[in-house]
Design a protein around this ligand. Structure first.
Ligand SMILES: NC(=O)c1ccc[n+]([C@@H]2O[C@H](COP(=O)([O-])OP(=O)(O)OC[C@H]3O[C@@H](n4cnc5c(N)ncnc54)[C@H](O)[C@@H]3O)[C@@H](O)[C@H]2O)c1
Length: 257
């Protein structure tokens, strides 16, 4: 089965492409390389033994997107990762985020619904929970006011999918990622948690960081982490990595960009 992976040369996308290949799918990547490097395609090939199809396309460029779908008739599902994701940057440049994350997604969904491509996985974010009243958050926790334009783009994306699913054949799964490399205690905002991360990073990288503890950045919530009980039970999924392992793999990834 051919699966389109938007943002597939990015951090989560590229790992997903490898998993898709290892499970017999045929992933096709589109990415504008705004936050990733074309050499990721070769790196994926090194890991999986298979070079994924890749086209450099910006989702905001509706003409190129249309042409892409005209040439790729047999895509059956889409995993949508392509977005800007820096909370702080979104506070300083909201239009950049609304334009890229919302416009790009609308262009993509327009092509999909017109062509009857009905299986869609959306990369949402824990930022949709805003400043949660109760921690850990569960699948039933309410959506609250987004603390940043980035978070709001994810809420808008979710709402678009709710509305579109009602009037089209679209089957949607919304995944609200927390910090894919960090354990829940990374988000508590306490000085010692930040220090744990810094210490772990210094340990695995061998580098000394220069740092100053300052006020919280605007747009960040005080604390957010998830209850993984449902995923443990339903998907048999368990978090397996400790902080050092997460720091090491993240650092290895960053070094090769
Ligand atoms: N990493 C996290 O902590 C985290 C947490 C919650 C949600 N998410 C979401 O998961 C998704 C993937 O995150 P990631 O960490 O892999 O980010 P990433 O920046 O590594 O990957 C995103 C990719 O999308 C591409 N892209 C951005 N705008 C595009 C556009 N208009 N057209 C085509 N390509 C475009 C970038 O070049 C990049 O390769 C994003 O939607 C992000 O908002 C990430």
């Amino acid at each position: 089965m051919k699966v389109l992976v938007t943002g597939g040369t990015g951090y989560i996308g590229s790992h997903t492409v490898v998993e898709l290949q290892n499970n017999g799918y045929h992933p096709v990547i589109i990415d504008n390389l705004s936050n990733s490097n074309a050499n990721v395609v070769e790196r994926i090939e090194k890991i999986s033994g298979k070079k994924p199809d890749f086209e450099k396309i910006d989702l905001c460029d509706s003409e190129s997107l249309k042409k892409f779908f005209d040439n790729q008739k047999d895509i059956e599902s889409v995993i949508h990762f392509a977005a800007f994701k820096a909370v702080g940057e979104s506070v300083n440049d909201p239009l950049k985020y609304y334009k890229n994350n919302v416009d790009g997604m609308i262009n993509l969904l327009k092509e999909l619904t017109e062509r009857g491509i009905n299986n869609f996985v959306y990369s949402s974010s824990c930022t949709v929970y805003g400043e949660a009243d109760k921690l850990p958050v569960t699948e039933d926790s309410p959506i609250k006011k987004a603390e940043s334009p980035y978070g709001f783009t994810k809420q808008i994306g979710e709402q678009i999918l709710f509305d579109l699913s009602k009037v089209s054949g679209l089957n949607t799964i919304i995944l609200r990622y927390f910090n894919p490399t960090g354990a829940h205690n990374l988000g508590t905002g306490k000085g010692n948690s930040v220090m744990e991360v810094i210490n772990s990073f210094e340990e695995v990288s061998g580098l000394k960081l220069k740092f100053r503890i300052g006020p919280r950045r605007s747009g960040d919530v005080v604390s957010i982490y998830s209850d993984t009980k449902k995923a443990n039970e339903l998907l048999n999924w368990k978090a397996e990595r400790d902080l050092n392992n997460m720091m090491l793999t993240s650092w290895n990834w960053e070094k090769t960009l």
